[in-house]
Design a protein around this ligand. Sequence first.
Ligand SMILES: Cc1ncc(COP(=O)(O)O)c(C=O)c1O
Length: 415
Amino acid sequence: MNSHEEWAARFGTPLYVYDLDRVAAARDELFSMLPEGFELYYALKANPHPEVARATREGGRACRAEISSSGELAAALSAGFAAGECLYTGPGKTDGELDHALGLGVRMFSVESLGDLRHIGAAAVRLGVTAQALLRVNSLTASATTGMRMMGKPSQFGIDSETLPEVMPELTSVAGTRVVGAHFFTMSNAKDEASLIGEMQHVIALAAELQREVGLPLEFLDIGGGFSSPYAVRGERAVYDKLRTELENSLDVHLPGWRDGTTRLACESGRYLVGDSGSLLTRVVNVKQSRGGKFVIVDAGINTLGGLSGLGRLLPASVEVDGETGDVANLVGPLCTPGDILGRDIDLPELSGGELLTVPNAGAYGVTASLLTFLGRPAPAELVVRGEEIVSVSRLEPRRVFEQSVHETSGVAAE
Ligand SMILES: Cc1ncc(COP(=O)(O)O)c(C=O)c1O
């Protein structure tokens, strides 16, 4: 029995397996592809499992944490990040979340609008502290045309760059806050190295221009990310051989003080750091033919993987499985909806039922990016390993807690 068979038999399927050695390797490789002194923020939205997050900060150069909710803050703290190492992002930070985060010691916030900054400032004043603000900029122009673009169009994210000359005086005088720099996260999952470099060069040049033209403070500049990694298909993380030199050249031209620390520099990544650490093990429940089509029904569906793909927000159009293939079929999940499709007419082994399949590169945007409670199936178990050694096994447990009810039913009920 190989370890996947053994773990699946022991903990049941569907089962996520995350290998912390691979998280550490991805982290070290990404740091080595960035200029010396760059900080790297791990975006917990990719996988908030505390042990996975912990592996981005322990045993090598340490990542910081990019978070955008109280839940991600709790996960970051339980992974060992200090509150002061967290960057709080997101367009809809509520007063309650801000009070909570500032109360726990978070001080750095990405600011998506003047209104957002005023909320942050009011919360900081309530607590008698000063929040550091990074203005997230929605640049009118862009370099890369590939990847998932988040900027350059009307958006809930960022402050439109062309409005900065007018709003800068207001932005820099909000009580309880100090604008210390800028945050750009313009795209996710760049298509290739040239588009990643082009986008980052564009960001550096624009930040320098805004510093010169409108007095944007640049003690800290987060140039964003876009580092790509395969999602639920076979393949390797991208290698960026030229990135380091190209960024250094660009910084030398536009922000010459960067080498002596005048501007702290940072990047962010979710999928690159954890994507290839994970596999999803799923068992074939049934195989059926229908009007010439073959359907392989497995116990993992869009409640387990890729639930966000319906929003066009995430790949995949189609997952792949490890190992030899020799048949073509539709791979579908167990949910009672025709939308529960993991792949249409994809290459699969010859299957008759009961086999274990492994979906590779499933460490990012897995369980928590899925329709976890839809149709009431239990969440998959999540097994954390270091190579062959088991570190932990756990399972998220969605449940309804009645705060009030006209019925006797009270307390906790399973979903
Ligand atoms: C602000 C911010 N940072 C980081 C990320 C992580 O992106 P990725 O997983 O593609 O690295 C995202 C993803 O949406 C994001 O919105």
